[in-house]
Design a binder for this molecule. Sequence first.
Ligand code: HEC
Length: 200
Amino acid sequence: MKQHIKHHSITVAVVLGVLAIGAGAFVYSGLYDIGADDHHTKPVFAVLQTLRERSIHARSEDLTVPDLNDPQLILKGAGQYAAMCTQCHLKPGMKDSELRPGLYPQPPNLSQTRVDPKDAFWIIKHGIKMSAMPAWGGSHDDPTIWSMVAFLQKLPDMTPAQYKDIVAKAPPDEDMDMDEDGGHSHGGAAADGARTVPPT
Ligand code: HEC
């Protein structure tokens, strides 16, 4: 009996060894196409998607959500969103951007989809590896991130006119100032993409 188990263990070890060498050879060979325009196969995508969702959920479920209907919080979030998010996540009335179609995974259109608040908070704060979604937690405190979450809950119901209106009233995004001379890089509430990309 013992001999039997020992024999099996050796077989398993050899198989694992061969697999590890194979995996190493594949990685080193350059066969894998890392290009963003070469999309994952369906099974690989499904595995990555499940990994992503489980990872986010496990980390976000114990968060305490503040009052997301607070008008001041929503207003603050509008200014943040307009300044930092529209090129990837669009806004009411915006069909696409120059940046978005080339991204893989493609950023969801957040003017049409509503994300669970806890998941949204975690994703905005920490970002998502191997995707274009940045971690904004390094430059923004938690209350500011909750303001974006609060705004995102309202965004899918907004018309282009309502969006424009709330962004115009929003306090300027002053969280981060990367300019060496101390000048403001974001330009505040009106900087909603229209500034950087002239209307066509
Ligand atoms: C450079 C592009 C880019 C910018 C800028 C960006 N994001 Fe993202 N974001 C992404 C991508 C790509 C994903 C999808 C990643 C994935 O699915 O793995 C994503 C995912 C998300 C999600 C999760 C959506 C879902 O359906 O699960 C939220 C919420 C989000 N972003 C919020 C924001 C907010 C708020 C901002 C601005 C502060 C922002 N993002 C700026 C690229 C971007």
